[in-house]
Design a protein around this ligand. Structure first.
Ligand SMILES: [Zn+2]
Ligand SMILES: [Zn+2]
Length: 602
């Protein structure tokens, strides 16, 4: 067996060298491939547990899985563990790496395991969830842990790690249960990859939209008003309305009709839609005149009722309604995160009613729309088709037809995509759009979702060519996902240095003295007529302070106006995006702005 092999892939399943001694299957080498990293990271979680056990002998461990950001382990100790303890734990882990412990595995029956871990209530909780009769134990040095693997064969392979943060985590994710300590970490096969990742994390910290958003006064939260409920401050509201206006035109060009439904609907509507049964725990309910109502978590029903207001013919299809739909969803307080996870947000939502034969072409048109929007922002993106989950409504056959239509649409146009088996919403398969930001992170944004179910439940029809009443298909789609989430991602992607077309303030005028204010006002009004947002910094602060303030706002153009500029009808520009300073005549400047805003229309 090669030194470099840490596992095998057999029929899509990953097993380690301890479990597969004869070496059958496809070898997984010790490198930074996804499969190898999963094994390395999970093994590092155990290494961390071993170190914690040595430092805090009363520690008891729950689970230590691999997650997108690396790995974590949930545990309990009598001592409180904070960020300041991570260094100490890392140091102990390094000692254990040097000991080059072999990581061995043996199997025992579940009953034996229950006895073995008799004094460990957390292990008992883990064991309760294991359906099989036998379980495996991994041993490194004198540390043993219950686990199904896979693990690397020796602790010496685990030196490239970093513990990143400490958090609290409810036992089994249950808000009423005990709070355990969770330590997150990251690990790689080599030092270079680890270094690059640490650099990315530092960069991410600098770009954190909560930090940049508060510096630029884009949005705020107010705990007294409620967690997860964003407030848009003037600059954020300007940025957002630029996005809204741009997308409004883009929708109209593609034949979408704007509509708007109410925020709350009778609970019976949500019963008909299936949301009450399948999504009820995430909905806010209220009562009016003794009747139960639900605040909408999705906009679909409003669009369906508008569609049904009059008889539709096949000639009306595909019919596309769109709405900047405000929705409310009860997210657990632990997962709320800036604008990325909130309880109220606005989707760039659309519903397309079409015939089954039109699905493919509709999906392709949406994909073209997505492409235009992503290019405008300079995002790379990938697509993933999610199939039927365990908890679903609708029969298998219908799911199959819908899933195939999504695949066909992408296949026929040579668009590559991944498959997320079982990752679909409860009412249909979907295409997820994941964008990659400037520092390589992936974000889930828009979705394109086929739905045979809601038209059925609401008895939606159209009159076909043969005069028969038929059922249209409904396609739910959002491109940004939500304005909140997308603006959070944009802020981090650009580190607040928004491109001209969405920058909250596009031009700031800084008059050198009072006598230059009138010229600034005149210029600013002319630019406002071109839909360019301007501010004039004419407060009593010193010139330098005003320039500094303008730069902190990351405004694309800071224009300094003094005697010479007034006399020549010109402007002295500090171009923040090009990092240059230059002079233009007023007309040249206006032309430059106009041209820049014309680029890459969507
Ligand atoms: Zn394990
Ligand atoms: Zn919908």
């Amino acid at each position: 067996m090669s030194e470099n092999i840490i596992g095998y892939k057999i029929n899509g399943e990953i097993v380690d060298t301890q479990s597969n001694k004869d070496g059958s299957g496809e070898a997984i080498e010790f490198d930074n491939s996804k499969e190898a990293l999963d094994i390395i990271r999970h093994s590092t979680a155990h290494l961390m547990a071993q170190a914690i056990k040595e430092l805090y002998p009363d520690a008891k461990f729950f689970v230590g899985p691999v997650v997108e950001e690396g790995f974590y382990y949930d545990f309990r100790t009598s001592q409180k563990i904070g960020e300041e303890d991570l260094k100490k734990i890392e140091k102990k882990m390094k000692e254990l790496v040097k000991k080059k412990y072999e990581i061995s595995k043996y199997e025992i029956s579940k009953d034996e395991a229950i006895e073995k871990f008799a004094d460990d209530d957390l292990k008992q909780a883990v064991l309760k969830n294991i359906p099989s009769d036998s379980v495996s134990i991994y041993k490194q040095g004198d540390f043993e842990d219950l686990c199904r693997g896979p693990h690397v064969p020796n602790t010496r392979l685990l030196h490239n790690f970093k513990l990143t943060r400490v958090a609290g985590a409810y036992l089994g994710g249950d808000e009423n249960a005990e709070m355990l300590t969770r330590i997150y970490g990251i690990a790689f096969a080599d030092k270079e990859a680890l270094k690059a990742h640490i650099k990315m994390l530092e960069e991410a910290k600098k770009r954190d939209h909560r930090k940049v958003g508060s510096e630029m006064e884009l949005f705020m939260f107010n705990d007294e008003a409620g967690a997860g409920l964003p407030f848009w401050m003037p600059k954020g509201a300007r940025l957002r309305s630029k996005l809204e206006n741009m997308l409004f035109k883009a929708h109209r060009k593609r034949g979408y009709e704007p509509v708007r439904g109410p925020e709350i609907l009778k609970a019976d509507m949500w019963r008909t839609s299936g949301h009450y049964a399948c999504y009820g725990e995430n909905m806010y309910l209220t009562e009016i005149d003794g009747q139960e109502y639900g605040i909408k978590p999705m906009n679909c029903i409003g669009h369906i009722l508008i569609y049904k207001q009059s008889v539709k013919s096949y000639r009306d299809l595909p019919l596309k309604y769109f709405e900047y739909g405000v929705v409310h969803r009860h997210e657990k307080s632990g997962v709320l995160h800036g604008l990325l996870r909130v309880r109220e947000f606005t989707q760039d939502d659309a519903h397309i009613f079409c015939t089954p034969q039109q699905i493919k072409s509709v999906v392709l048109e949406v994909v073209e729309f997505v492409d235009a929007v992503m290019k405008k922002f300079g995002f790379e993106y990938s697509m993933e088709i999610s199939t039927k989950p365990d908890k679903a409504i609708g029969d298998d056959e219908v799911w199959e037809i819908a899933t195939q239509a999504l695949k066909d649409a992408l296949d026929e146009n040579n668009l590559s995509y991944g498959i997320d088996e079982g990752g679909g919403a409860f009412y249909g398969p979907k295409i997820d759009i994941k964008i990659t930001d400037a520092i390589g992170r992936k974000w889930q944004c828009g979705t394109i979702q086929v739905d045979f179910n809601l038209p059925e439940r609401f008895d939606v029809e159209y009159v076909a060519e043969d005069n028969q009443r038929k059922r249209p298909v409904m396609i739910h789609r959002a491109i940004l996902g939500s304005f909140e989430r997308f603006i959070a991602i944009l802020t981090e992607h650009y580190a607040g240095e928004f491109p001209l077309f969405v920058a909250p303030t596009q031009v700031i005028f800084v008059p050198i003295s009072e006598s230059h204010q009138a010229y600034c006002k005149e210029l600013s009004n002319e630019l406002m007529d071109l839909d360019i947002d301007c501010e004039i910094y004419d407060k009593n602060d010193s010139l330098n302070k005003r320039i500094r303030l303008a730069e902190k706002q990351r405004v694309p153009y800071v224009v300094i106006v003094g005697d010479a500029e007034v006399a020549n009808c010109s402007v002295a520009i500090r171009d923040r995006r090009k990092k240059e300073q230059y002079n233009l005549t007023k007309d040249e400047f206006m032309l430059q702005l106009k041209q820049q805003l014309q680029e890459g229309k969507i």
